[in-house]
Design a protein around this ligand. Structure first.
Ligand SMILES: [Zn+2]
Length: 383
C-alpha cells in the first residue's frame, strides 16, 4: 500500500512538475511565509527556518531536509541573476508539509508531495512547539548527556603502516600515545575503550561501529600528518591539527582526508571511497548537526591544551574534511593529527617517551575540561 501510494504520488508529482517549473525567489518566499532565510556561501547551502522546522537546501542538489527527513525535490535550487530560486512546486510542497495550527487534514490531491511519514513528523513537531517545557528524551544521546565513555582510535595498524617517517611508522606512534592516553583518562575516572590496543589491522568502518557499540561519548582518532616533498619543505611543514567531519574548505584539508581514507580503497573495504559526494554530504547533514557543537567544543579544548607544548599549531589548527573513520560515529568526534611524521623535529618528539607522555597528558586535559564544559551546559539546562 505504501509503495503503491508512493508511486501514485510520484506520478502525480511528475505530472505537476512537468507543467509547473516556475522559479520562486527563496528570499521573497521566506518573507511571505514568515520564515528566516540563511545563506552559507562557502557550502552553497541555505536554510529556511520557521517555528516548526529548519529546512535545508543545497544549490545544485535536488534534495532538501525537512523535519530531519530527506525530501526529494522536482528540481535542484539554482542561482539565477544573483537570486536563489526554487521550483514553485517544491516551494508549495515544503510549506504545506508544516501544518500551522490546525490538525492534519486527510491528504488531498493538492498535497501530493507530502509523504505520509513527513506529515506525521510535522504534526508531532507542531505538538512539541505548543508544549510548555521541552521534553527530556528518555535515553539521552551522546553529546547531551554527561561525558563518561571515551573511545580512542589509534589510526592504521597491521599491514597498514600509515605514513612513514625517517625513523618511525605512524601506526606505532599513535598506538603508543593511545595507550598512554588510556592510562591518563582512567586516572581521571573515565571509562576508556580502544579500537585497537595492538598492532592489528581494522577497517575504517569497523572503528566507528565499535565506538557505537560501546555507546561512546567522544571519539578521538589519532594520526600523524605527512607530506611528500623535498627535504627542505619537510623541515618547514610541521605542527598539529584538529579535524572535524565537515565539508572541506581547502584543497589541503581535502588532500589530508584522501590520504587517511586511502587505506579503505587500498585494502578493498566495502563501501570504500576516498571522498564523499555532495549528495552524501547532504544526507549526513542532519546527523552532523547533532554532534557539531560538541565536536567544536572539544576542538576548542584541544587547542587550549596543546598550546604551549613542543608541537605548535599548524596554521589555524582546525580543519574539516570527509574523514571516513568519523562518518559512522554517532557521537562527537575528532581526528587529531598529532604532528608531522615527515618533519624531523615533530617525528623525534613523537618518538620519545617524554614527548608521548606529554601529548597524552594534554589530550587527557582537553577531555577533562570538555567534560566539565558539557556538565555546566547541562546545569544551565536544569538537567
Ligand atoms: Zn593516519
Amino acid at each position: 500500500m505504501q509503495a503503491l501510494r508512493n508511486i501514485s504520488f510520484a506520478i502525480m508529482f511528475a505530472a505537476i512538475a512537468a507543467t509547473a517549473g516556475t522559479n520562486v525567489d527563496v528570499e521573497a518566499l521566506a518573507k511571505q511565509k514568515g520564515a528566516e532565510f540563511h545563506w552559507y556561501p562557502v557550502q552553497k547551502t541555505f536554510t529556511l527556518v520557521d517555528k516548526t522546522d529548519t529546512m535545508k537546501f543545497a544549490v545544485g542538489l535536488p534534495y532538501a531536509t525537512s523535519h530531519d527527513q530527506t525530501v526529494e525535490l522536482s528540481r535542484a535550487p539554482e542561482i539565477e541573476g544573483g537570486h536563489i530560486v526554487l521550483d514553485s512546486v517544491d516551494a508549495a510542497k515544503l510549506f504545506k508539509a508544516v501544518p500551522a495550527k490546525e490538525p492534519e487534514k486527510p491528504a488531498s490531491s493538492s498535497s501530493v508531495a507530502v509523504k505520509s511519514s513527513d506529515a506525521k513528523v510535522a504534526s508531532s513537531a507542531a505538538k512539541a512547539v505548543t508544549a510548555t517545557k521541552p521534553a527530556t528524551p528518555k535515553n539521552e544521546t551522546a553529546g547531551t548527556r554527561e561525558v563518561r565513555t571515551i573511545v580512542i582510535d589509534p589510526g592504521h595498524g597491521g599491514k597498514d603502516t600509515g605514513a612513514q617517517g625517517k625513523n618511525s611508522n605512524e601506526k606505532d606512534i599513535v598506538l603508543s600515545i593511545g595507550k598512554l592516553l588510556k592510562k591518563e583518562l582512567e586516572k581521571e575516572g573515565f571509562n576508556v575503550k580502544m579500537t585497537r590496543d595492538k598492532d592489528v589491522f581494522i577497517e575504517l568502518g569497523q572503528r566507528a561501529n565499535l565506538a557505537n557499540q560501546w555507546d561512546g561519548d567522544l571519539f578521538i582518532s589519532l594520526h600523524c600528518n605527512a607530506i611528500d616533498a623535498t627535504a627542505e619543505r619537510k623541515k618547514q611543514i610541521k605542527g598539529y591539527h584538529v579535524y572535524v567531519l565537515r565539508a572541506p574548505e581547502s584543497e589541503e584539508d581535502k588532500a589530508i582526508a584522501r590520504r587517511e581514507n586511502k587505506v579503505a580503497t587500498l585494502y578493498g573495504e566495502k563501501n570504500a571511497k576516498e571522498e564523499l559526494s555532495p549528495i552524501e554530504w547532504f544526507k549526513l547533514e542532519a546527523r552532523l548537526e547533532k554532534y557539531k557543537q560538541n565536536s567544536y567544543m572539544f576542538t576548542e579544548e584541544m587547542l587550549k591544551a596543546m598550546d604551549g607544548g613542543k608541537i605548535k599549531r599548524q596554521s589555524g589548527g582546525v580543519g574539516g574534511a570527509g574523514f571516513m573513520v568519523l562518518v559512522g560515529a554517532l557521537m562527537p568526534a575528532v581526528l587529531f593529527e598529532i604532528g608531522f611524521i615527515s618533519n624531523p623535529e615533530d617525528e623525534a618528539y613523537m618518538m620519545t617517551d617524554k614527548g608521548q607522555k606529554d601529548i597524552a597528558a594534554r589530550i587527557s586535559k582537553a577531555v577533562s575540561t570538555y567534560k566539565e564544559a558539557v556538565h555546566s551546559y547541562r546545569e544551565t539546562l536544569g538537567r
